[in-house]
Each structure stands twice: as C-alpha cells, then as structure tokens.
Design a protein around this ligand. Structure first.
Ligand code: GDP
Ligand code: MG
Length: 330
C-alpha cells in the first residue's frame, strides 16, 4: 500500500527494465542535488539495502518521520517540531513515505530516493549539510540476476555515506561472501575516483531484524557490535577463504557496526492490512527502533559523504552519481 506524503515521494532514480537496460532519471537527480539549497551543502547519503520484503521501507518510513520532526527540508522549510523527543508522533497514524506492502510481489527494482532533501546547520562547526535518503529494491529476490544484484549493491555502496545492510535472523557466511563479492565490484568501479590508501567506503551497519538470541547478545547497537565482533573475528583455525572475506570487508569500510532488533510482533509481521501504526508494535521493538534511528540520524551522528577523504557538496555528488550510473549502463 502507498500513502500520500505531503512533502515528498519516492523517485526511482535508477531502474533495470525487463529488457535489462538501466534507466536513469537525470531530471529528478538534478532537482535534488542541484537544488539551490542543496548544491553547495555537504551531503549525507543514508541508504538501506537487502532482500525484498524484510521491512526495509518500513524502517525508512520511520526514519523519515524522525527526519521531518528534526530538520527542515527543501519542500518544507518550516522549523521542525518543538518537542522532538516525541518524534514518533501519534500511535494511530498510518505510516507514509516509501511504498511498502505486505505480500510477495515486489514493485520496483533499482535505486529509489526520497524526493525531499533534509537541511541542517551543524552547531559546532556551522557547516551546512543536506541529508538524502535512499531505498534499494529487489535485491536477492528470485527475479533479479546475481549480476544485477551485485551491480545494485555496488552502486548503493558507492553513493552512500551510511549503508544499512538489512538482514533477518543472523549474519550468514554466504552473506559475508556475497558482501565481499559486491564490495570488490564497487572497489573496482571506484578505482578511478579513489586515491591510494585509506578505506574506500564509509559506514556499514548490519541491521539484524527478528533477533532471537538476546540472552547471548542484547538488542541494540552495543549487543550488535559484540555480535559482529564475534562474527568477523579472524580465527586461526578458519578456512583461508573465510579469513580473507573478513579481512576484505574490514579493510573496505571505515566503520562497521551492527544493531540487533527484536521481532516486531504478530501484527507488524503478519497482518496483511497493517498500515504501519506504532500502536500495534511490540513495546520492546518500538523502543529499539527509536533508539537506533536516533543513533543514526541525530545531527551529531550523521556521516558526511567523502570521496578521497574530501567531503562532497550536492552538485559534486550529482556528478559522481552520473558517472557511476554510466559505468553500469554498459
Ligand atoms: P521491504 O521489501 O524490505 O522494503 O519490506 P517492507 O518494508 O515493504 O515490509 C514488508 C513486510 O514486513 C511488511 O508487512 C511489514 O509490516 C513487515 N515488517 C516490518 N518490519 C519487520 C520486522 O522487523 N520483522 C518482521 N518479521 N516483519 C517486519
Ligand atoms: Mg521496500
């Protein structure tokens, strides 16, 4: 289901057609990144990626709710909420934003950006920043080929400053191998624009949904980081290929974190007509959801997009996106 939002809409900036062509919506990218309020600001690109129907858009829509209550945006220059602690708002309000649905048929493949861009001036430095939100659709489903999957993943990694990798249950060995494969692809594509030295990509957050083992590792980011450390630990008795996967991933991202979220409750997980309102979430899930969103999106926590250790402005970012997209058109 899709609910109209007063200030923005999802725009499919890159999509794969049935005939395997890549279509890019340059006009929409220009509207966002060359906007007079955005082109000279440093940008944050907040992205989520992962298999279809795992609560990605649902999560992003709550991120939008947070962002609208904390920041003005190009389509809503009014000051945000006075009472920002209550950003979750009314518990009976249906969720709106990125399309999300229960069901088994996906709607789009490719990269989708929220048309509205959030604006902020950092208190400490006076720097003006812009926050762009990105959703990725159709990864790891039956209809998307492995080649397309890694192309989408690589693009998401190249463009974002925070990449949320949304997984269910646990981090599996084959997912780490896949991550290495896609990241190699991205490093290859980035070779021209990345200098030597330093790590090519920025923040990666493993977001684990329906975590069922809180006795061993607690919900939230601290428990998550402990769990991740355990998963990424290079052990002497490991098979060499598993060891190299771990080393490769650690050497590709500046920072890697993890957050463990509880099961959201039966209504969220199973009811076909559920509209996203938080009154139907399990209390524990709601609390952890709030905490991780604040952890990621409060002004002092957002991560600016850097290429070659240089912060990128909106207009420069658009050039990069154009050139990366073109790499994938052939
Ligand atoms: P996407 O395809 O990954 O973007 O998934 P959606 O955001 O469209 O959500 C798919 C379904 O998962 C919806 O019915 C949501 O209510 C449900 N959902 C959202 N979050 C969670 C979660 O943490 N766990 C479970 N089990 N289901 C969830
Ligand atoms: Mg979605």
């Amino acid at each position: 289901m899709s609910h109209d939002h007063p200030y923005g809409k999802p725009v499919n900036v890159l999509k794969f057609t049935d005939t395997k062509q890549v279509l890019i919506d340059k006009a929409e990218l220009e509207k966002m990144f060359d906007h007079q309020e955005v082109k000279n600001r440093k940008v944050v690109v907040f992205s989520i990626i992962g298999a279809f129907r795992r609560g990605k858009s649902f999560f992003l829509d709550y991120c939008l709710r947070f962002l609208y209550s904390h920041y003005p945006s190009i389509n809503n220059l009014n000051n945000p909420l006075d009472n920002q602690q209550d950003w979750m708002g009314n518990g009976e309000e249906p969720l709106s934003g990125f399309t999300w649905r229960s069901g088994t048929k996906r709607d789009t493949t490719g990269i989708i950006m929220w048309s509205d861009v959030f604006l902020h001036t950092l208190e400490l430095t006076g720097e003006k920043i812009a926050i762009v939100v990105m959703d990725t659709q159709g990864l790891f489903d039956n209809e998307t080929s492995p080649a397309d999957n890694s192309r989408i993943f690589a693009l998401g990694t190249l463009i974002s400053s925070i990449q949320v990798l949304n997984l269910v249950g646990i981090i599996q060995e084959d997912q780490l191998q896949y991550l290495q494969f896609a990241t190699e692809f991205a490093r290859f594509a980035a070779a021209d624009s990345q200098g030597l030295g330093g790590k090519p990509f920025q923040n990666l957050l493993f977001l684990i949904r329906d975590w069922s083992n809180p006795d061993e590792f607690e919900f939230g980011t601290e428990g998550g980081d402990h769990y991740l450390k355990d998963v990424l630990k290079v052990k002497s008795d490991q098979k060499p290929e598993l060891r190299s996967v771990r080393q490769f991933i650690s050497s590709s991202f500046e920072q890697i974190n993890c957050c463990l979220l509880p099961y959201p409750g039966k209504t969220v997980a199973r009811v076909k007509t559920y509209d996203g309102r938080w009154s139907k979430m399990d209390e524990e899930f709601k609390e952890e959801l709030q905490k991780v969103i604040e952890h990621l999106l409060l002004p002092n926590n957002v991560i600016l997009k850097k290429i070659n250790s240089k912060d990128l402005k909106g207009s420069e970012m658009k050039e990069y996106i154009d050139s990366y997209f073109q790499l994938f058109q052939s």
